[in-house]
Design a binder for this molecule. Structure first.
Ligand code: ADP
Ligand code: DP6
Ligand code: CO
Length: 325
C-alpha cells in the first residue's frame, strides 16, 4: 500500500483569492494557472497496518504542528473514501520549491500527497475526482493535477461536487516561460489561507476584485487560445495588481511586497518600454514571477539578475501534470 507521485507547482494568471466555504475549500471566483516544470514536490505515501498515527517528514525533517495537522486531516479524507479509517501512513515528501514563501509549495505539496495517497490506498480516481479531492488540501493544488494551462471552476453547489480544475491547453500548446525571481526564501508572516480570509472578511476593495474576474478570464482565455502574449501578459499583470490591492484595504491592512518586489516590478515595466515583452505576476509572497518568450530568455535573465536584492533567478517552462514514479 505504497505509492510515489510527483506534482509541479502552478502560477496563477487569474488568482484564486478568497473562499466562500473554508472547511472543504470552495472559492469565490474561478482562477486560471500555468503549471511550471521547474518547481515540484515528490511524495511517497506508505500505509502500514502497524502504525498507530501518521508520520510526516518534509525534506527529511520530522514535522509536527499545523503542517502535520493539515496532512493528517487530508489523509482522513482519503481513509474515509476507502473505508479504512484506522490505517495510518508514513508520508515522505521532498519539495523542490521553497516552502511557504509564495512559490506555491502548497499546490505541488497537496497535489503530490493526494495522488500518492489515493493510489497507495487503491482509490483509482479519475483526474476530475483527483482534482476535487486535492482542492480540499489547498485550493491552488487542484490546478496542479494538469499540465499546461488549467482553470479551477468554482462551482455552485454547497457540497463542492462541481468545484474542480479542468485542462485549458496542454504544456506543448505554447512555450511561455516563467522566471521566478527569488528575493527571499523565508516563510511568509501571513499564510495564503490567513491572508485571503482577512481580505474577504474586511477588505474595502473585495467587491471590486470580484467584479473584474469575468472580463479578465475571458481575455486570458482568448490570449491563450491565440497565443497572444501581450494579451495574456497584460491581463495577468493587471489581475495580480488588483489582488494585491485588496490586501491594502483589509483590516488590519497588510502587503506581501518588499521594496525589492517593487524594484522588480519597475524593471519589468522598463524592459517593456525598451521593447522586450515581459510581464510580472506575484502570488501571496514577496517574490516575483516574470512571463517572457523563449527568444528573450538571455536578456530577461540578465536584467533580472542585475537588480540589487535579487538572490536567484530560476527559469521554468510549462510543466506536466501528475506523474507516478
Ligand atoms: P505557498 O506559497 O508555499 O503555497 P502557503 O501558505 O499557501 O504557501 O502554504 C504553505 C503550506 O503548505 C506549508 O506551511 C505546509 O503546511 C503546506 N505544504 C507545503 N509543502 C508541502 C508538502 N510537500 N506536503 C504537504 N504539505 C505541504
Ligand atoms: C495568491 O491555495 O495557497 O497563490 O487554499 O488556503 O491552501 P489555501 O490557499 P492557497 O492560495 C493561493 C493564493 C494565490 C493565488 C493562486 O494560486 O491562485
Ligand atoms: Co499556497
Amino acid at each position: 500500500m505504497k505509492a510515489t507521485a510527483k506534482a509541479h507547482t502552478n502560477i496563477a494568471l487569474i488568482k484564486y483569492w478568497g473562499k466562500r466555504e473554508e472547511k472543504i475549500i470552495l472559492p469565490t471566483n474561478n482562477s486560471l494557472s500555468l503549471t511550471l516544470d521547474g518547481f515540484y514536490t515528490t511524495t511517497t505515501v506508505d500505509f502500514q497496518e502497524e502504525l498507530s498515527a501518521d508520520i510526516f517528514t518534509l525534506n527529511d525533517q520530522s514535522i509536527s504542528g499545523v503542517q502535520y495537522d493539515q496532512v493528517t486531516k487530508f489523509l482522513d479524507l482519503i481513509r474515509k473514501s476507502a473505508g479504512k479509517d484506522n490505517l495510518f501512513a508514513h508520508v515522505k515528501s521532498i519539495n523542490e520549491v521553497p516552502t511557504a514563501a509564495g512559490f506555491a509549495s502548497s499546490a505541488s505539496g497537496f497535489a503530490a500527497l493526494a495522488a500518492a495517497g489515493s493510489k497507495a490506498i487503491g482509490l483509482g480516481l479519475s483526474d476530475q475526482e483527483l482534482s476535487r479531492l486535492t482542492r480540499q488540501g489547498s485550493g491552488s493544488a487542484c490546478r496542479s493535477v494538469y499540465g499546461g494551462f488549467a482553470e479551477w471552476e468554482m462551482g455552485k453547489k454547497a457540497d463542492g461536487s462541481d468545484s474542480y480544475a479542468v485542462p485549458i491547453a496542454p504544456a506543448d500548446h505554447w512555450d511561455v516561460r516563467v522566471a521566478a525571481v527569488v528575493l527571499t526564501a523565508k516563510m511568509k508572516k501571513v499564510s495564503s489561507r490567513e491572508g485571503m480570509k482577512r481580505t474577504v472578511d474586511t477588505s474595502a476593495f473585495y467587491s471590486g476584485w470580484l467584479d473584474g474576474i469575468p472580463q479578465d478570464l475571458k481575455q486570458l482565455k482568448e490570449g491563450i487560445k491565440h497565443r497572444d502574449f501581450e494579451k495574456v501578459g497584460q491581463t495577468a499583470e493587471a489581475n495580480c495588481l488588483k489582488m494585491h490591492a485588496t490586501t491594502l484595504g483589509a483590516n488590519p491592512p497588510f502587503t506581501y511586497w518588499l521594496d525589492t518586489t517593487m524594484a522588480v516590478m519597475q524593471t519589468v515595466q522598463a524592459m517593456r518600454a525598451n521593447g522586450i515583452l515581459a510581464y510580472f505576476t506575484i502570488d501571496a509572497g514577496p517574490n516575483v514571477k516574470v512571463l517572457y518568450l523563449p527568444e528573450n530568455e538571455k536578456s530577461v535573465e540578465k536584467t533580472l539578475r542585475d537588480i540589487p536584492g535579487v538572490t536567484d533567478v530560476r527559469l521554468s517552462k510549462p510543466g506536466q501534470g501528475i506523474t507516478y514514479l
